[in-house]
Design a binder for this molecule. Structure first.
Ligand code: WT7
Length: 648
């Protein structure tokens, strides 16, 4: 962070988007239509929130029955486009069903494996799967757990659920069997969709085996649909398991899209918070379609001829919104890549960009820093001349990485859209448009129709000082609650400040009104852009028979932004050893998944605590990073702070 700040102090340049790009942008065209003359005026007009979102809806969706009211807001629950009849599948798929245009260009990790799927074919696949699911008794409101890698069947499965009005819940394929089990039990899933195994870094990952382990204790799940991806031998339960290719082969290729209320749930996506248990974030059909559609259209300026690559995984919100729903609503062609960025060589991505003439690329700061680390020779071999716009998401981008991305990948001609948002917000909230002057490292300003601010602890707006990032007014793609946990919904987002959404990030607004997001508060880690709750890691650790107590903190990491370090107190009689260190790291991997594997495991005899027994992660972090710990006299055991330096 300090290093970044120094870079920032010297980095006062402002990057204006190329004139031609700005002039021809989707947002500029709309502004001309509405006689809006400048970016500032657009933001001003956007403050008329209900007007703005009503207009945005006209650009993106076609309701089956129009709404009566734009917004109804009660007890922190929103209804957007009240009483409209709708299903997101009408706009994502049904309206394109006869188009030969390619929806997805898919590349498998093994080289040479490429599939191009037209809108027409995608529609047939979705309908077949939906019909097959119907036969298994799936209906509106049922929950379906999807545990798939980046293969075309992942978006197909999501759309088939939406088509039937069933609620999908995708679990990232890098999560462990136990993490998948926890989620499908929380939502009481009736069906799961998975595959035999898939490719990652030249190896195969046995997803069906993990699924079997998850389903050992998942009483609500009646069936598992298995996609054949690699053709590897897999265990089979004839009472429960069905091959995807067999059930879809027999199914009819047309299926009615269920007519839903605009506010009916579309999906649940679990994300980490302050407790050991992940939260099931709920999103709804209508508002989500409008919000994701308009942000993609304006921020990334997608047009008919563009080839869009959002290089995230559809197991996260980025993929839900900007690989699956919004690009399909806009009818663009997207790239999907199954594998690792450095397989077989560190230039796989640049090869993909040149091969498919990708024009807009959206990725994370971690990926950018990784490519910086691989070296420029891997990039120089490729032209990348098809690119016209770039994006960043998931964590703060340090100005150094921003400039590198701008110069090496964008060749100094592609503006970078640094988009701040969350699983909960559904769409970009603080983000540039292709008409916004850019400052490297700043996500710039709120999207029109979004009102954001930075508050001090008393709830007063502050400028040029760090504070809590808040959103002041509901927005269409916002979360509609936490599945089966209304108390947590109120407490996490709405109780800190009245009628104000608390994002959980620390940010600063500069004198020009630009937002600088500094990172999460101390209860959530961001490792390679993935959100992991500190307490999730801690509860995984204390579930190990030899662990008495544990604290997980983030330490700065040059590539991943943060890495996980854990401080563990062993139970009496347990002995410290190198094997145990490895075993504990593996144990966390088994409980949560590889993404949560600690990089450092430290053994200590005590951990600093408050008088009420709460472990003070903030103090631990300050101490082990050699920073000021602040006043520690109120701790119940201040001597534990010095002892941290003797950790083994
Ligand atoms: C958290 C949300 C949003 C899709 C991927 C992550 C951090 C996200 C930025 C950005 C600085 C960012 C925040 C946020 N974050 N984008 N452009 N600049 N920080 O979704 O897992 O729900 O995480 O990611 O800390 O709260 P998520």
């Amino acid at each position: 962070m300090e290093k970044d700040l120094l870079v920032l102090l010297n980095e006062k340049r402002v990057f204006n988007p190329p004139k031609k790009l700005a002039e021809n942008s989707n947002v500029m065209k709309w502004m001309k239509k509405k006689k809006i003359k400048s970016y500032e005026e657009l933001l001003e007009k956007g403050k008329n929130i209900e007007w703005f979102w009503g207009e945005a809806a006209k650009e993106i969706v076609k309701w089956k029955k129009p709404y009566k009211k734009v917004l109804e807001w009660k007890d922190h629950y929103a209804k957007w486009f009240v009483d409209a009849k709708y299903n997101i599948v009408f706009d994502a798929l049904d309206k394109h069903k006869n188009k030969k245009k390619i929806a997805f260009i898919w590349e498998g990790e093994p080289k040479g494996e490429i599939k191009k799927i037209s809108y027409k074919e995608l529609n047939v696949q979705v309908n077949k799967l939906a019909n097959a699911m119907k036969k298994l008794g799936i209906k509106k409101g049922d929950r379906i757990g999807i545990y798939l890698p980046m293969i075309p069947e992942l978006p197909t499965a999501m759309l088939a659920c939406a088509k039937l009005g069933a609620i999908h819940s995708v679990v990232f394929s890098g999560f462990s069997a136990l993490a998948f089990r926890e989620r499908i039990n929380d939502e009481e899933a009736k069906l799961v969709i998975t595959c035999d195994s898939f490719y990652r870094k030249g190896k195969t990952i046995p997803l069906k085996k993990f699924t079997d382990e998850a389903l050992m204790e998942a009483p609500t799940v009646k069936n598992a649909i298995i996609v054949k991806r690699t053709g590897e031998e897999i265990p089979w339960n004839p009472k429960r398991d069905l091959w995807y290719h067999e059930i879809t082969k027999k199914a009819l290729s047309n299926c009615k899209t269920e007519l839903m209320d605009s506010n009916d749930p579309l999906f649940i996506l679990y994300t980490s918070g302050t407790t050991g248990k992940p939260k099931g974030i709920i999103h709804a059909h209508g508002g989500y379609a409008v919000g994701t559609g308009i942000t993609l259209k304006w921020v990334f300026d997608l047009k008919d001829k563009d080839v869009w690559w959002c290089a995230a995984d559809a197991g996260w919100i980025t993929g839900h919104s900007y690989i699956v729903y919004a690009p399909l609503i806009l009818g663009v062609t997207s790239v999907i890549y199954e594998g690792s960025p450095d397989f077989p060589k560190p230039d796989r991505w640049w090869e993909i960009i040149d091969r498919h003439k990708v024009s807009v690329l959206y990725t994370s700061p971690t990926a950018i820093r990784m490519f910086m680390h691989f070296g420029e020779e891997w990039i120089e071999k490729h032209s990348l001349k098809s690119l016209r716009l770039l994006g960043s998401v998931g964590e703060p981008i340090n100005p150094e990485a921003w400039i590198w991305y701008y110069e090496m990948i964008g060749k100094g001609k592609c503006p970078i859209m640094d988009t701040w948002w969350q699983t909960e917000t559904g769409n970009h909230c603080i983000t540039p448009l292709p008409i916004t002057p850019l400052k490297p490292g700043s996500a710039t300003k709120p999207f029109p129709g979004i009102q954001a601010d930075v508050f001090d602890s008393k709830g007063k707006p502050i400028v040029n000082a760090g504070g809590e990032l808040v959103l002041l007014h509901p927005w269409p793609a916002m979360l509609r609650g936490i599945y089966k946990n209304p108390e947590k919904y109120q407490k996490t987002y709405w109780e800190t400040y009245p009628e104000t959404y608390l994002a959980g990030d620390v940010a600063r607004i500069d004198q020009d009104g630009y937002f600088w997001i500094q990172g999460r508060d101390s209860d959530v880690l961001k490792v390679a852009g993935h959100r992991i709750g500190n307490s999730e890691i801690e509860s995984a650790l204390v579930s190990h028979p030899l662990v008495a107590e544990a604290a997980a903190i983030g330490k700065p990491d040059e590539i991943k932004g943060e890495k996980i370090a854990v401080y563990v107190i062993l139970k009496k009689g347990a002995e410290i050893s190198e094997e145990l260190r490895k075993e504990l790291a593996e144990h966390v991997t088994k409980e949560i998944g590889k993404l949560a594997k600690p990089s450092e495991v430290w053994f200590v005899s005590d951990l600093p605590k408050t008088r009420s027994g709460k472990i003070m992660r903030r103090v631990i972090k300050a101490k082990v990073l050699g920073k000021d710990t602040g006043n520690i006299s109120t701790l119940s055991n201040p001597e534990a702070v010095e002892e941290l330096l003797q950790a083994k």
